[in-house]
Design a protein around this ligand. Structure first.
Ligand code: TRP
Length: 461
């Protein structure tokens, strides 16, 4: 079953780092991280999050890139090839499959939210936020979520652009897109951060983000930090395996992964420092939740000098960040279609985004509140009330941690240590620290979190 299609390779180490950082930096950094930090008390949450990134995220990312590069195929087929190499059961290929499916499912709602960001570029540029009351801006946001045709329009645009980029192939599509988009996105983010530092309340932001008040940190905050570390680094969702599959043999996996994780973390922190001064400076709340970027920020931009220009820049930046993630989410499925059905890339990309479009309707109609999209049951420890909540919870809280756990076990317990060491090619000291972490610390930490979620172990907060 595992074909040996040659998918080609990144043209340089930088291309890989840009693409992987592009995958990591997305709505998770700019939309989600600031509001979960706000909801969980700021500084202390930031510290726990950093620990999760460095102690769990980086080791798992190295494992995923390693699997990809040694297997050189789509995630399921790569893991299968490595299982054969280790004389283990080919059932381990499930580890890759779960990733591919998680990436696909995440994109089904990510595309909808990315669509909001793109539509806000136009809302902002048209001056619709200028001088608008908070109620009016809340109404704009509610109307967007309630109107299925508008949501479908933007979701379709996001998926179509994603399909176009991916369909053009590795070098002409993905690589070109990230080479332009990533530096532009970073520059725009710096412009917003500079604007925020000058015009907003920067001092309060620094206090909020870096003064750790551990009394505000709950156990559930720790779980959220771990889950977000997986999400923001695009782990357990196929992306790092497939991007690793295109990595030239001589590139250092460890160095690249550390660079990617640091870039992702720095960008998340800068995003916080771009958003919070504006929020605080206009007397708005840190605890606004998911509406932080789509309601609080537009209110603030509407009151501020240069708000049209800087508000528009902000949403363009968010759009870029979202697209470089979307292409990574669909790439594993595209690579698999090329391997399994011998599709051309164009045909594979079209097939993938059209299927995604149908699945994304589950999220669209969850937001509009359609009767058929409503659910009412407890799924793995959490009550879900529509398909969006089900898919969000299934991926972020179940598939990502379990996928990360399985990846760690596969690389540190199932693969032969020599093969792993050969592929990683680092000093003995670095290798043993990494190997022990992946073998013991990662599985235990993730298992703990997961058992807590399904209520087998419980910690009061
Ligand atoms: N890391 C992305 C973000 O922070 C989200 C994400 C999760 C992702 N899994 C992925 C992106 C897989 C690309 C591929 O927004």
């Amino acid at each position: 079953m595992s074909t040996n299609v040659d998918h080609g390779q990144w043209s340089s180490r930088l291309a890989f780092i840009l693409a992987a950082t592009g995958s990591a930096v997305g709505l998770g950094n700019v939309w989600k991280f600031p509001y979960i930090m706000g909801e969980n008390g700021g500084g202390a949450f930031v510290i726990v999050y950093l620990v999760c990134i460095f102690a769990i995220g980086i080791p798992v990312m190295m494992a995923e890139v390693l699997i990809g590069r040694r297997g050189r195929q789509s995630p399921g087929n790569s893991v299968r090839a490595l299982a054969l190499e280790a004389k283990a059961s080919t059932k381990w290929s499930l580890v890759g499959w779960v990733g591919l499916i998680a990436g696909f499912l995440i994109l089904s709602f990510y595309a909808v939210i990315a669509g909001w960001a793109v539509s806000y570029i136009f809302e902002s540029a048209a001056g619709n936020f200028v001088g608008a009351s908070p109620e009016k801006i809340q109404t704009i946001f509610n109307d967007l979520q309630n109107d299925s045709s508008t949501l479908i329009l933007w979701t379709t645009i996001v998926l179509a652009v994603t399909g176009l980029i991916v369909g053009k192939g590795l070098k002409n599509g993905l690589e070109k897109a990230v080479t332009y988009a990533m530096p532009t996105m970073f520059l725009l983010l710096l412009i917003i951060a500079g604007y925020a530092a000058i015009n907003g309340d920067f001092a309060q932001t620094i206090r909020f983000m870096f003064y750790p008040d551990f009394s505000k940190l709950t156990f559930s905050g720790v779980l959220i930090a771990l889950g977000h570390a997986f999400f923001t680094l695009s782990l357990a969702s196929g992306a790092m395996m497939i991007y690793g599959a295109y990595l030239p043999q001589k590139t250092s996996i460890a160095q690249s992964v550390v660079a990617i994780a640091i870039a992702d973390t720095v960008i998340a922190l800068i995003a916080g420092m771009a958003i919070y001064p504006i929020v605080f400076g206009n007397g708005l709340e840190a605890t606004a939740g998911p509406g932080l970027v789509f309601v609080s920020l537009p209110i603030a931009f509407g009151q501020m000098w240069g708000g049209i220009v800087f508000g528009t820049i902000f949403f363009v930046m968010l759009g870029f960040a979202a697209f470089t993630s979307a292409i990574a989410m669909v790439e594993s499925a595209v690579a698999w279609l090329v391997e399994r059905l011998s599709f051309t890339r164009g045909k594979a990309a079209l097939t993938a985004v059209v299927s995604l479009w149908f699945v994304s309707m589950l999220t669209v109609f969850s937001f509009t509140g359609a009767e058929w999209a409503k659910l009412d049951f407890v799924f793995v420890g959490k009550h879900v009330s529509n398909y969006f909540e089900l898919i969000d919870h299934l991926t972020a809280d179940v598939l990502l941690p379990l996928g990360g756990l399985a990846t760690a076990i596969f690389v540190a317990w199932v693969m032969q240590k020599e093969a792993v060491a050969q592929e990683l090619n680092v000093s003995e000291k670095v290798f043993s620290v990494w190997y022990v972490t992946l073998r013991w610390f990662t599985p235990i930490a993730v298992l703990f979190v997961f058992l807590n979620l399904i209520g087998l172990v419980s910690f009061s907060s």
